[in-house]
Write a protein of this length. Structure first.
Lengths: 652, 395, 246
């Protein structure tokens, strides 16, 4: 039924077409083409311009599609009437469709249709024209896609259409992009040196990666070697062998440039010797003597003297050859004024990028510092205020993280589950801390090393317990969607929202702890017990209770830190162990018994770690190694930490 | 070391006697000389245990006697292992390479052999060049010297830095733990020059002794470990007896008082720390050829924590306690974790010891710290007190 | 009598609190000197400075014929130079025997290797016996020091002080916890030591000081308030005010 209908429709079209104009627009495109039918059928790179101009000037919506098909060799000419069609092969025949509407236009036998095959040059001209169309396309996504395509592989002939499209651009964001891209294209492909220099100078204010790429592309160099520095070349720099490149590299360049004979490698020499073994000797040197490089050289020299192999290039030959030549790098761009402008602009951009990178690094360090602070502040309370060292602190962090994980299994909404998990993690680890204090630690006050050991035991047991319950693989703790994404300041500076959240959490806790310790009854009693337990007891403060609560508080904060760390890292039974040494470092470096000290310690370690990673970004293991070494040395100079308590209160 | 030393330290006599008897029994029952009642792999386990006992008594001297809770001695132990491992690997591969290049038309040069060994050893970390730390690997004696020098120098430098800034107590423990962590993280890198996390392997195959059965090699190492343990025991018993023992125990109990008596406390700590570090390195050098492989995991901080656990369970401040603790806990540990212990079905849940052993160890460790600070060695006190009541041993 | 120790213009403060304030002090050899003063007068800090435990913020501490400065020396070096100290709270090594305690204090080389290779000598053993005799602990030599009574520990610590054979003895409250007979014995000991050496005694007990019969220095708020015979200083109105006034 449908097919019958289509057939009928096609038949009607076929009948109409030769009969005369059907619709005005069709007529127009076909008419324009017919006026220069010869050019359409066999376009020339030079001559096609006028035709394309005429097409663009017509403003017909069907022109872009036609150009596209034309370039893709999808346009055919019917020999009977000279009309142009889009055609597709169907068996021996061609299915035609109208060039303006794309509507089917019947079939034609293969013998009647001639495929139009524009050559490469013409296709490029067509593509440029097409760019113009795409850049002015009414559909904003197509315009944007066209810009992306240009940015991906910039070509000189895209500059003109891009510039032409700027005037008609209505979207402000796209307009900015077009102008930027036009600037970058102008810098690389502008017609005159002045135009390019102006464009390059305009780029020096930016810091995006693509701008840097453009400048770097202008500044590409090729290595060169000659007996004397060429007069008219745009030299980037000359290279001194032994300083900028090794003697061997320099010689390799000579070999590559055909200015010196190649050096034979040890393996090649050996192969040559092997080929020339005769009567248990090579070149008269017995095989037994070939067990040293020296012996082999002698044998090879003998072979070379006999003319069997090319002569050996000695170190001295190499040095002579190298010293007889100059080595340099030459800009691909011949105009020195352009390269120097680009160099200047690049330097400016790089300085700006450097400062922005520092800013970004600072943000990273801040975020790392807040994680360390969260992980360590609980420890600072138990270790610093109570003098109790808790090696199971890391496992409390882990407990908090697993609490968050379990809550997420029960409450599917991520926002709600985090809101529930934070206090619950606090409660769970508070309880665990109090239990541990009651059962173990209070029997070991004033025996710090034994506390350290006993809490080790607990740490080992808790870690294995978590493994038994939750398995060894990492468990996800998913952050709510509003914490996904990042806050991006520019191309260089950006920070993930989750890290901002952790920073805010750390700030809240800093405030909270300072408040509790300095402004509440509990804090007063804690400080009293810390400074003089006997006196505090005689004033009616129950040191037992205070110790219990302090320990609970420190552990509870570890639990909350666990949720925060779990959100940004992964939840495993070993995550506590990953943080415990850093946490202790934070407390020790900062100065024991002092919230501000912990803050300073976390800041120092965060900055340090990020700073080291900046210099050696690929190797975080090395960064951690160096950081620990630095801390060991730091403790040499400030054994009591950054914020040290002085005098008798510090004790021994 | 004269007669009076031995007569004053009965425990040394009894320890050496028991060790000798034990070594003889194991030798007779082993596959090498006897009926094979003790398998070669178990001889290796016992030999390794002797090495662990040696490092445990070193730990006891530094912790139990001098009061420095070092969490770094297993790092020295591991370094000793790495040092001997370098030679074992180099020499064994050198033999293999020389063998395979013998058939070549032109005999190989030393450089070629060296390069081929480098490719063989460092291929797994994508390199073929020998890092500078391998310069002595070709020589057995130089590398043996490194077994002593490398852990010794690390202990000396680290100890000098730590003690001179008067870092004590838990701070020092954490600092030593940081050192251990830094070392293990460093070794985990491929660029460390020690094959990153692959570590050194094939150490059980002694170069040039392919024809000798492992049964005999294991007994030889067992003997060597026993001799080292015996010598180490005598050395440490000598150090902790007499005036030196008096001073270091004084440091443990009241460091500043010792200082006011005119003793330079830092030198003593450094002496003990370095000496025990060296012994730990030697113990490691004997351990890893029996284990066959060493990698950075062996140096991770947890290993040193376990060492402290052994010594604490065995009983601090007495050498035999530390030695017994190490033997007891490490053998028990391998029994439990290798699935030797029967699982306990509870109906609703089966306690699998491979999973629950560490929980048990952790909890019992807490219990020992709380309830029996003297550890297993404390039991001997009861016997000794009864003995002295009958006019026997004097302390 | 020549000057053995001279402190001049020494100040030290802890968190803004001036524990020692521009203190100057001299002692000759031989000489016996008593130091009195109310709580917090800086007596212990004064000893801490001489023995190197506390570093002063300013001032000089000059010791011996060669006029060496003690400020650049470590605690152990100062002790080896001949400054011995007995602490207020008896601090003996409680886990070790009385003999070991005394042996450790005996004047011998103090390097680790000297100590490691140390052999018991007849002379040393005789010296220990002699000291034990002096402090009345002959029978207790093989006992663990922790088992001793408080008074015996005091004696042991005095014995350890004597064993070091120091030139300057700093003795903090030696008579605390002693019976009258023991106090008398202590007085004799100190007086005998002061025949050859410099002895500084910090004490609260006026009766004990009267029996020492020596020059007295009164410390107050970190500096010297008065100096002279006991009668002289106790008649000083400022001293009276400090002790009784408030």
């Amino acid at each position: 039924m449908l097919r019958a209908l289509l057939l009928a429709f096609a038949l009607v079209l076929c009948l109409c077409m030769p009969a005369g104009p059907a619709r005005a627009q069709d007529q127009d495109l076909q008419t324009i083409l017919q006026t220069q039918a010869e050019e359409v059928a066999s376009p020339g790179r030079q001559s096609v311009g006028t035709l394309i101009e005429a097409l663009t000037a017509s403003g017909l919506p069907s022109v872009p599609l036609f150009l596209e098909r034309w370039a893709d060799r999808g346009v055919y000419q019917r020999s009977s009437d000279g009309l142009f069609y889009f055609a597709e092969k169907q068996g021996d025949d061609y299915a035609l469709s109208d060039i303006a509407s794309g509507a089917p236009a019947g079939t034609a036998p293969g013998s009647e249709m001639t495929q139009i095959r524009p050559n490469g040059g013409v296709r490029r001209v067509i593509a440029t024209a097409l760019v113009q169309f795409q850049l002015s396309d009414p559909d904003i996504t197509r315009r944007s896609a066209a810009l992306d395509a240009i940015a991906r592989s910039p070509e000189p002939d895209q500059l003109e259409p891009l510039r032409n499209s700027i005037a008609g651009e209505t979207d402000p964001e796209l307009l900015a992009r077009k102008e930027r891209l036009a600037g970058m294209l102008a810098a690389r492909f502008g017609d005159t040196a002045d135009e390019r220099i102006a464009a390059i100078e305009a780029l020096s204010g930016a810091l995006s990666v693509d701008v840097r790429a453009v400048l770097n592309q202008i500044l590409t160099t090729k290595p060169g070697v000659a007996t004397a520095l060429p007069e008219n070349a745009n030299i980037a720099r000359t290279l001194t062998p032994g300083k900028d490149l090794t003697e061997d590299e320099a010689y390799a360049r000579l070999v590559e440039a055909g200015l010196a004979p190649a050096i034979w490698s040890r393996d090649q020499i050996k192969a040559a010797l092997t080929e020339n073994i005769a009567d248990g000797a090579v070149g008269g040197v017995p095989l037994g003597q070939l067990v040293s490089e020296d012996g082999r050289d002698r044998a090879y020299a003998a072979l070379a003297a006999a003319g069997t192999v090319p002569p050996l290039v000695t170190k001295a030959d190499e040095a002579t050859a190298v010293s007889a030549h100059v080595f340099y790098e030459e800009y691909d761009e011949t105009d020195a004024s352009i390269t120097s402008a680009a160099r200047e602009a690049l330097d400016e951009v790089e300085t700006r990028v450097f400062f922005n990178q520092m800013l970004d690094l600072g943000l990273d360090a801040l975020s790392l510092a807040s994680i360390y602070f969260l992980a360590a502040i609980g420890l600072a309370i138990t270790f610093g205020v109570m003098g109790v060292i808790n090696m199971a602190h890391g496992e409390f962090i882990m407990m908090g993280a697993y609490t968050g994980y379990v809550v997420q299994q029960i409450i599917p909404d991520y926002t709600v589950s985090i809101i529930v998990a934070l206090p619950l993690a606090f409660a769970v680890t508070f309880g665990a801390g109090v239990a541990m204090e009651r059962l173990v630690i209070r029997w070991l006050y004033h025996r710090p090393l034994e506390t350290l050991l006993a809490t080790f035991g607990i740490s080992i047991a808790l870690q294995q317990l978590a493994k038994n319950i939750f398995g060894t693989q990492a468990r996800p703790l998913t952050s709510p969607s509003w914490l996904d994404g990042a806050w991006v300041l520019n191309d260089v500076v950006g920070i993930a929202n989750i890290r901002i959240a952790i920073f805010v959490l750390a700030l809240i806790f800093l405030g909270l702890i300072l408040f509790v310790l300095n402004k509440t009854r509990l804090g007063l009693e804690v400080r009293a017990v810390t400074q003089n337990p006997g006196m505090a007891a005689s004033m009616g403060i129950n040191p037992d209770k205070i110790n219990m609560l302090t320990f609970g508080l420190g552990s509870g904060i570890a639990g909350i830190a666990g949720v925060a760390i779990g959100l940004y890292a992964k939840v495993t039974s070993e995550m506590g162990a990953d943080y415990i040494v850093q946490s202790f470092m934070t407390v020790v470096v900062g100065g024991v018994g002092n919230v501000w000290g912990t803050l300073a310690g976390a800041g120092l370690i965060g900055i340090l770690q990020k700073g080291i990673e900046y210099f050696n970004p690929s190797n975080t293991l090395a960064a951690q190694t160096y950081m620990i070494l630095f801390i060991i040395l730091f403790i040499q100079f400030r054994p009591k930490g950054i914020v040290a308590l002085k005098g008798r209160a510090a004790g021994d | 070391m004269n007669g009076s030393f031995l007569s004053q330290n009965r425990s040394v006599f009894w320890f050496l006697l028991s060790l000798a008897v034990f070594v003889l029994i194991v030798t007779v029952l082993s596959e090498a000389t006897g009926n094979g009642m003790i398998s070669t792999s178990f001889v290796k386990t016992l030999g390794k245990t002797l090495c662990l006992m040696l490092v445990a008594i070193a730990m006891d001297v530094v912790w139990g006697y001098t009061g420095i809770l070092s969490l770094g001695h297993m790092a020295f132990f591991g370094l000793g292992g790495y040092m001997i491992g370098m030679w074992l690997m180099y020499a064994r591969i050198e033999i293999i390479i020389t063998e395979s290049l013998r058939a070549a038309a032109i005999p190989p040069t030393p450089e070629e052999i060296h390069d081929a060994i480098g490719t063989q050893i460092f291929g797994v970390v994508g390199s073929s060049d020998f890092p500078p730390i391998w310069i002595f690997a070709h020589s057995f004696w130089l590398q043996i010297a490194m077994v002593v020098l490398v852990p010794g120098l690390l202990a000396l430098v680290f100890g000098w830095l730590a003690f001179r800034s008067r870092v004590t107590g838990v701070y020092l423990s954490i600092l030593t733990q940081a050192m251990t962590l830094a070392l293990s993280l460093y070794l985990f890198q491929n660029e460390s020059g020690l094959r990153g996390n692959n570590g050194l392997s094939g150490l059980q195959n002694l170069p040039g002794l392919d024809a000798v059965p492992q049964a005999q090699i294991s007994i030889a190492f067992f003997w060597a470990s026993a001799v080292a343990l015996g010598a180490g025991y005598v050395l440490f018993a000598w150090v902790v007896s007499g005036k030196m023992g008096s001073v270091i125990r004084g440091i443990r109990d009241n460091e500043s008082r010792v200082r006011f008596l005119g003793y330079h406390v830092e030198s003593y700590k450094l002496f003990v720390f370095t000496l025990t570090g060296i012994v730990a390195g030697i113990a490691g050098a004997l351990y890893y050829p029996q284990a066959g492989i060493i990698n950075p995991n062996e140096i991770a901080p947890i290993a040193s924590i376990y060492l402290a656990v052994w010594v604490a369970i065995g009983g601090r401040g007495r050498l035999y306690g530390a030695a017994l603790g190490a033997a007891f806990v490490s053998l028990l540990s391998s029994w439990f974790t290798s699935g030797g212990a029967p699982n306990i079905p509870l109906g609703f849940y089966t306690i699998q010891w491979t999973d629950w052993w560490l929980v048990l160890l952790g909890v019992s460790f807490v219990a020992v710290t709380l309830l029996a600070p003297k550890g297993i060695g404390g039991l001997f006190d009861l016997i000794a007190t009864r003995g002295s009541a009958e006019g026997g041993e004097k302390k | 009598m020549k000057t053995l120790l001279e402190m001049s213009g020494v100040s030290v403060s802890f968190d803004g609190f001036k524990a020692i304030n521009n203190l100057s002090f001299q002692i000759g050899e031989p000489e016996l000197r008593a130091i009195i003063g109310p709580n917090g007068a800086g007596k212990t800090t004064f000893m801490d400075i001489i023995t190197g435990k506390t570093r002063p913020d300013e001032g000089k501490v000059i010791y011996g014929e060669k006029s060496i400065s003690l400020l650049k020396m470590s605690e152990s070096q100062i002790a080896m130079a001949g400054v011995g100290r007995k602490f207020q709270k008896p601090t003996v090594f409680e886990a070790q025997t009385v003999r070991e305690n005394l042996a450790m204090a005996l004047k011998n080389k103090r390097g680790p290797f000297d100590v490691l290779l140390y052999h018991k000598t007849k002379r040393g053993a005789a010296r220990i016996e002699e000291l034990a005799e002096t402090i009345g602990l002959t029978d207790s030599l093989p006992r663990i020091a922790g088992e001793l009574s408080h008074g015996q520990k005091q004696w042991l610590e005095i014995g350890m002080l004597l064993a070091q054979d120091p030139r300057l003895l700093l003795v903090d409250e030696p008579a605390a916890g002693m019976t009258p007979a023991e106090r008398e014995h202590t007085t004799d000991l100190l007086k005998r030591a002061a025949e050859k050496h410099a002895v500084v005694v910090v004490e609260h007990d006026m009766e004990f000081i009267r029996r020492l019969d020596c020059k007295v220095t009164v410390l107050c708020e970190g500096s010297v308030l008065a100096e002279g015979s006991l009668d002289h200083v106790t008649s000083n109105p400022e001293v009276i005010e400090v002790y009784l006034g408030r």
